[in-house]
Design a protein around this ligand. Structure first.
Ligand code: M6R
Length: 366
């Protein structure tokens, strides 16, 4: 059932090229330059009249929501707020009938997310679900939605659910951007083309597995770890840190790289591994100067870089190369080495990768 892999998590990491493709199959019609999503099409008025989108989710799904915030604002020029469902439901939020609430959940059973949906509905908002499990409570409770087609995710650490959520949300943003006229026809076509190239790029990113295992061996005994990224890759840094925490029990934090000097830089010494997402498109030079600051404090740098990178290679202790992509799609690729890194560290430490202590696959109690 693990398809020859030692763990479900590793199997699910490797399933991502196919899962992403399954998620856009039948929706992305590149030759006609069309995105077909009935849940969006049938409710186009609500989406286009929305004053803002509020995304509610927990954990990894919340991180996918943060990536979506960048995409929706960037491409479709719709203001987006991303909320932890647990905070949203209890803080008397301002919600009106003009709001579109997007609930993201792999399982479709997360108690806090479900409660946030009920609250939003009671205030008259239109609620759209992005779920993986067909017929789940959240899928049933929402006004409309779009499924991710990731297939069953068994490992408690979410991997393919995350990348397929981003895929669905990207399709939505592109469709709405086209309808609103906030994207040019050539940019739109370019995005469709690039999205179709993602599965093979993820495939290539997976080839770094043996190198990542070697790096994991060097850092497995660390007590702390920092993950840094900027722009679209800031949420990826958060997700990388969560992945490490939950399966290896090593304390990790994700930060926007520029925030480092507002506190976390005090933690840096020769024992601190810092994983920096430093791909070519999107704030590259700024991230390089963040890396220089880490280096001068003797931090150990693991750079996630674009193939052929020169600058970061000179500064970092290790680099893991990933194929180049547009900035907005880069989270689908940069997240891959971070998943593999946590996986290998957890395995080397002898942890129960698929069922980490204290965690359940779906959190049906608050
Ligand atoms: O099923 P959901 O997407 O609603 O679950 C939300 C979180 O519980 C989940 O993403 C959790 O953070 C994962 N274990 C992270 O890997």
């Amino acid at each position: 059932e693990k398809g020859g892999y030692d763990h479900f998590m590793l199997k699910e990491i490797h399933e991502q090229p196919k899962a992403i493709q399954d998620t856009y199959r039948g929706r992305l019609l590149r030759e006609q330059a069309i995105i077909k999503m009935s849940g969006v099409e049938d409710n186009m008025k609500r989406f286009l009249n929305a004053k803002r989108f509020i995304i509610v989710a927990c954990g990894t799904s919340w991180h996918a929501g943060l990536v979506a915030e960048y995409i929706f604002e960037d491409l479709a020029r719709i203001p987006v707020e991303v909320e932890y469902a647990s905070e949203f439901r209890y803080r008397n939020p301002v919600i009106s009938e003009d709001d579109v609430v997007i609930a993201i959940s792999q399982s479709g059973e997360t108690a806090d997310t479900l409660a946030a949906i009920k609250l939003a509905k009671s205030k008259g908002a239109f609620v759209f679900g992005v779920c993986n499990v067909v017929g789940s409570s959240i899928a049933r409770e929402t006004d409309a939605g779009a499924y991710t087609h990731a297939g069953p995710e068994i490992g408690v650490a979410s991997t393919k659910a995350f990348t397929t959520q981003i895929t669905v949300l990207t399709l939505m943003a592109l469709r709405l951007a086209r309808a609103k006229g906030t994207i040019s026809s050539s940019d739109y076509r370019q995005h469709l083309l690039e999205l179709e190239m993602i599965p093979s790029k993820v495939e290539r990113a997976l080839l770094s597995d043996p190198l990542i295992e070697e790096i994991a061996y060097k850092y497995k005994d660390s007590r702390n770890c920092l993950y840094l990224g900027r722009g679209y890759n800031f949420p990826v840094a958060l997700e990388g840190a969560l992945k490490l925490k939950e399966i290896s029990y090593i304390h990790a934090e994700g930060y926007p790289a520029a925030e480092m000097k507002h506190g976390p830089i005090a933690l840096i010494d020769e024992n601190m591994p810092i994983i920096v997402i430093a791909t070519k498109k999107g704030h590259y030079e700024k991230v390089v100067s963040n890396i220089q600051e880490i280096k001068s404090r003797k931090g150990r740098i693991i750079g996630i870089v674009t193939e052929g990178d020169v600058q970061v290679k000179e500064l970092a202790d290790h680099v893991i190369e990933v194929p180049e992509s547009s900035e907005s799609l880069s989270p689908l690729i940069t997240t891959i080495p971070l998943q593999l890194l946590s996986y290998h560290i957890a395995v080397l430490l002898g942890k129960n990768v698929d069922q980490p202590r204290n965690l359940a696959k779906s959190v049906t109690v608050e």
